[in-house]
Design a protein around this ligand. Structure first.
Ligand code: UD1
Ligand code: CA
Length: 454
């Protein structure tokens, strides 16, 4: 019978190298906390238990992760080292399991890599990798090719410091032996901490089966100790996401200049220009084009629509063949029907636009319903807020709102109705009517401009 899998994630460190109040595992990577990436992969392995070791930030982490995932929360009172962290889990372990130990700050380890480690027939398997700059990592020391010891940076001799094979921190351990081994770890080292890495030496001394697996792409196993490393890892994650999208036929103008901080689902023929940020869940239909410098959160664009340069869409639903931007802002509840056109410097909030309606320049449309084919002129404002309450504006089908009009809500303009430019509309306008509210024009003939005085 195959033994069940148990996973331990060590996340009780203080993350001192970031000098941040926020616990390291809650720093965001791809728009979600570091630890969430690891928890997601860990869950894919269907473990019987995930033990998460946390320290003084326990409640922050619990609040952020919530109870979506079944976790055994284990508290390490003081961060006395990774060996001490694992020791806290031992009383919670099943005796007959395959135990995988992960570091909360190395979140990109792939499922296949974890599986390879778990299927190795050893008492202790260490995941290693080779890097060009091993500074800061534990070095893999071998005797006659066999793993014999891991030496932490601060304890290395000058020759060991040159070793470029490093400990990724990921290990699979025979759960029947882990308790005894953890007890043998001492703090006899420069950091005066209980180092989990000492387990290798301890296991080797007992002639237990100790082995290692080397992962060739070291970007997968990078650890995050500093903001610089976090930024590098963000690029690795984004590159992976971009590659996956391009494999499905999405054209990304520059995969080094895209940020997907959530999920992006894109159809065929989609083109994404540079410097766009996608947050939450974004769904793009076939042939959608996103211009440069757009920020899109929790929004949907149906097939054939275009979001032009420097536009922002948040909680918006955009129908087919719409044109939005450049410099447009769609706020939550902006629901555009098909063939709608929203131009530059137009802000839309909680408003429905019927098929083919247009607001081509400089307008604010909030808490409104705009009928199909209506045209909203430049400078139109729906005055939806009286300082205390919000009210609705209704604009009928094929209505025409002249430039620089204020529609003081609650108010409605009927189907086919026209509002003359510069009007302040406070009374409802019936279907087909023309409403003009402005003083009549006076032309003064023979008018002399003032002359400059001496
Ligand atoms: C660790 C490894 C090092 C390896 C590197 C890979 C040890 C002793 N060193 O070093 O060999 O090359 O990871 O990235 O294991 N933690 C606790 N409790 C503690 C201390 C740490 O839970 O008392 C957690 C941290 O939250 C972190 C993880 O363990 O998620 C690793 O700790 P960290 O201090 O970052 O270890 P490194 O110095 O990076
Ligand atoms: Ca680390």
């Amino acid at each position: 019978m195959v033994k069940p899998i148990e996973i331990v994630i060590l996340a009780a460190g203080v993350g001192s190298r970031m000098r941040s109040e926020k616990p390291k595992v809650l720093q965001t990577l791809g728009g979600v906390p570091l630890i969430s990436h690891l928890l997601e992969t860990a869950q894919d392995l269907n473990p019987v238990k995930i033990h998460l070791v946390v320290g003084r930030h326990a409640s922050d982490i619990k609040n952020r992760i919530g109870d979506r995932i079944d976790i055994n929360w284990v508290i390490q009172e003081k961060p006395k080292g990774t060996g001490n962290a694992l020791a806290q889990v031992v009383p919670h372990l099943f005796l007959e399991s395959r135990l995988l130990v992960l570091l909360g700050d190395a979140p990109l380890v792939k499922r296949e890599t974890m599986e390879a480690l778990l299927s190795e027939n050893s008492d202790l398997v260490v995941l290693t990798t080779k890097v060009s700059n091993p500074t800061g990592y534990g070095r893999i020391v071998r005797e006659e090719g066999k793993l014999s010891e891991i030496v932490e940076e601060k304890d290395t001799s000058s020759s060991q410091r040159l070793i470029n094979e490093i400990n990724t921190g990921v290990m699979a351990i025979n759960s029947a032996k882990v308790g005894a081994w953890v007890n043998k770890i001492t703090d006899d080292n420069t950091q005066k901490e209980h180092l989990l890495t000492d387990m290798v030496k301890i296991a080797c001394k007992e002639k237990a089966l100790v082995s290692s697996i080397e992962v060739s792409d070291s970007s997968e196993v990078q650890g995050v100790n500093t903001f610089s490393q976090l930024a590098n890892m963000e690029r690795v994650l984004q590159k992976n996401k971009a590659e996956k999208l391009m494999e499905t036929g999405v054209q990304i103008m520059d995969p080094t200049r895209i940020d997907i901080r959530g999920t992006l689902i894109a159809g065929k023929g989609v083109v994404l220009d540079i410097n766009c940020i996608f947050e939450g869940k974004v769904v793009l239909g076939d042939n959608v084009k996103i211009g440069p410098n757009c920020v899109i959160s929790d929004s949907r664009l149906d097939s054939g629509s275009v979001l032009k340069a420097n536009s922002v869409a948040e909680g918006a639903e955009i129908g087919k063949n719409c044109s939005v931007g450049p410099f447009a802002r769609l706020r939550p509840g902006a629901l555009l029907g098909d063939d709608v056109s929203i131009g530059n410097f137009v802000e839309v909030k909680k408003s429905i636009f019927g098929v083919g309606a247009k607001a081509s320049h400089l307008a604010y449309v909030g808490d409104s319903e705009v009928g199909a084919g209506a045209n909203i002129g430049a400078g139109t404002i729906t005055c939806n807020y009286d300082g205390a309450n919000k009210s609705k504006t209704k604009i009928g089908k094929n209505a025409f709102i002249g430039s620089n009009s204020s529609l003081v809500a609650p108010v409605s303009v009927g189907d086919e109705a026209t509002v003359g430019a510069g009007s302040t509309i406070t009374k409802d306008v019936k279907d087909g009517e023309l409403a003009v509210e402005r003083s009549s024009q006076r032309n003064v003939s023979g008018w002399m401009r003032p002359n400059k005085k001496d």
